[in-house]
Design a protein around this ligand. Structure first.
Ligand SMILES: C[S@@+](CC[C@H](N)C(=O)[O-])C[C@H]1O[C@@H](n2cnc3c(N)ncnc32)[C@H](O)[C@@H]1O
Length: 380
């Protein structure tokens, strides 16, 4: 997974280093150090829950925008692949990005879904500065693709009330914004209920949050409340509606989050010199909520919720199942043609089996005749 080349080039133009590469990096040292300093401040503020994306907007744009863009792109592909009925019969896809910032959410979704369809993207934000940056980003997209319309407006959406529209939204995305809108312990389910009223019958809300434990667990609470109060349907990341297996495990030390490897652009690697952040993985938590029950029966399919651990004599990982968290193990000596796909799995994949050995609860074994199939790869 990588950032589209034209988006990377546009970012470099907008941070005034269009020719940045390993050879030219020295020439840009002053600007690079300014961005690195802003990165420190952004991180400090994030740790204290102080919103400062617009204050340190160059650093946010150079560093967070591409990652948030690709996260949205990954999720658009996943939703489209696992729930194609949501968009198949639509000529125009209407996307609302609340707290759009520079538009990472809506532009990422657009790139993930882009085909012969038309797109109307609406971005809402309280920050004039961020909307201005979003507008700059928009120009390059509109020049390339006549099938896209972008509308931007300044509005505070903390109440969840949106103008009534004849053409409702197919997707409403909240990318890294709920932590700013709701600073308390929970995201009110009433807010989600209100937003769902602005989506069409096949509409979905996509929420992306940073992978931090408190924010991810808050999202897990929201998931549970939506299911318990019948306020919508969870399409992803959960393939079942039973209690989240990670919710109570290990005295609440676990939280459901994604960690997907990607090819970070060279310019990010240059900025990262001295910062040494882990930029090769996209970490986030997410929920896809639908208004109507579009859940498909993914019986016999399970999400991989850990990396594949390669240990002496065996490989293992953990699965999310309706019966809880399951440890799945294959001894190296039992590797066969039928189960060799197991070696390729990564966190976030959806897998299925034939002839699995399930003699002990919460501990499943792959035998020589077990057939392993990767039904969906998040990082494809
Ligand atoms: C961390 S940035 C995320 C930007 C973008 N969605 C992304 O993922 O890169 C949060 C954005 O939400 C905006 N925001 C915060 N509270 C808001 C509110 N109540 N209504 C609309 N936008 C809001 C901020 O101005 C900021 O641009």
């Amino acid at each position: 997974m990588r950032l589209p080349a034209e988006i990377e080039q546009r970012i470099l133009e907008l941070i005034s280093m269009p020719d940045l590469n390993w050879k030219s990096a020295r020439v840009h040292n002053k600007k690079l150090n300014r961005i690195r300093n802003q990165m420190y401040k952004l991180t400090d503020d994030f740790a204290q829950a102080i919103p400062s994306a617009d204050k340190y907007s160059d650093a946010y744009f150079a560093y967070n925008f591409p990652m948030n863009f690709v996260k949205a792109m990954v999720l658009a592909k996943e939703v489209n692949c696992l729930y194609p009925q949501l968009f198949n019969n639509k000529d125009t896809i209407r996307i609302l990005d609340i707290g759009c910032g520079e538009g990472a959410g809506m532009f990422g979704l657009y790139y993930g879904l882009k085909n012969s369809k038309k797109f109307v993207l609406t971005g809402i934000d309280t920050s004039t500065q961020m909307l201005k940056k979003c507008k700059n980003m928009t120009h390059s997209l509109k020049n390339k693709d006549a099938c896209i319309r972008v509308k931007l407006r300044r509005q505070d959406v903390s109440h969840g009330l949106l103008k009534k529209k004849i053409n409702k939204y197919n997707i409403v995305i909240f990318a890294n914004v709920l932590a700013e809108i709701f600073t308390g312990d929970n995201i009110p389910v009433k807010f989600i209920e209100r937003i769902l009223k602005s989506t069409d019958d096949d509409g979905v809300i996509i929420i992306i949050e940073p992978a931090a434990k408190n924010l991810s667990r808050r999202l897990m609470d929201l998931r549970n409340e939506i299911i318990q109060k019948h306020k919508g349907y969870i399409l992803l990341p959960c393939l079942h509606k039973n209690e989240c297996p990670l919710y109570e495990i290990r005295k609440q030390k676990e939280w459901c989050h994604q960690s997907i490897s990607w090819h970070s652009p060279v310019y990010m690697k240059i900025i990262n010199q001295g910062l040494n952040r882990e930029i090769d993985y996209l970490k986030f938590s997410y929920l896809v909520i639908s208004k109507k029950d579009h859940r498909k029966r993914y019986d016999g399919c399970y999400s991989v919720i850990s990396p594949l651990f390669r240990e002496k004599g065996r490989k293992r990982c953990f699965l999310c199942t309706p019966a809880g968290r399951i440890e799945l193990v294959r001894l190296n000596k039992l590797k066969t043609q039928a189960n060799r796909e197991f070696d390729r799995i990564s966190k976030g994949d959806i897998i299925s089996f034939e002839n699995l050995v399930q003699t002990i609860p919460h501990y499943w074994r792959i035998a020589e005749n077990t057939k392993v199939k990767i039904t969906y790869r998040k990082n494809n």
